[in-house]
Design a protein around this ligand. Sequence first.
Ligand SMILES: C[C@@](O)(CCO)CC(=O)[O-]
Length: 316
Amino acid sequence: MVPKQTGIGQSHGKIILLGEHAVVYNYPSIAIPFPKTSIQTIVEKATSHQTISCDFYTGLLDDMPELLDSLKEAIHLSLKTLNQETYPLSITITSTIPAERGMGSSAAVAVATVRGIFDYFNAELTQSKLLELVNTSEKIAHGNPSGLDALMTSSSTPYYFIKGQKEVPLNMVLDAYLVVADTGETGQTKDAVESISQKLQQKNSLHYQFLINSLGDLPKKGKIALETNQPKILGNYMTQAHNILKELGVSSEKLDELVEEAINHKALGAKLTGGGRGGCMIALAMDKKSAHEIAQALEALGAKQTWVYEMSEQLL
Ligand SMILES: C[C@@](O)(CCO)CC(=O)[O-]
């Protein structure tokens, strides 16, 4: 195995349009790659030790803070697979994906870094090997990941995804705009996933099972709306999904405020996206002008950052 001078790995953010949380329980979900945010990992030979530099930490790989445990695991698993466990590497990560905001940053950083390491060693990396390595490391970040984040941050196609099944590419023809807004609050995916699991196990869980069922029904209908260009109907499903996620206890005051504001500014629908309890929300807008008006209103209400995205930009 002859290493290259420099290995490069890339990935991007993801947005879940419908189905977060229900996807953990084998219901379908709909998600899109979000190339407006991305990660690049550069891998080079280090003089002696294994080092890493990213937004949260610069130093020895072995001393990485607990927060980065899943990334550390992704690096160790990759080096182990390549029989290069002690090879002196310097890993540099740059990211425009806000961390812990429901955009898949933990999976994306693992995807870019695994790709960067394999590229450095000139080793073949199949998509299924990549997903296996990233999903194993994601268990540390998420506890019980569905696999959706790893798939979406490494693919360039919108997918209809059911845990454990072959993903179905979406033939998306939606003539609409997506507004993404960051509340500025960090999301709590692991806690949120665990809290729903507890609710489903408690004695009077029937109500929560009904909610998860209703949430899990929406992507099937949403897929038809997406593939037949019916943004109003899709928007409606998005708002329904938000209300259910709120009832399941995984929204936050700020997310609810931004969702309401988007609807008040003529969004076709709006919801939290990703694990919730902070992080990002999304709103569907009928055209560019409306999308910018919504984004402006959300920023005026305290959104830390907004992105306006034309849905037909899908397929990178
Ligand atoms: C909340 C969740 O459904 C999406 C997190 O982006 C968890 C998962 O799918 O692993």
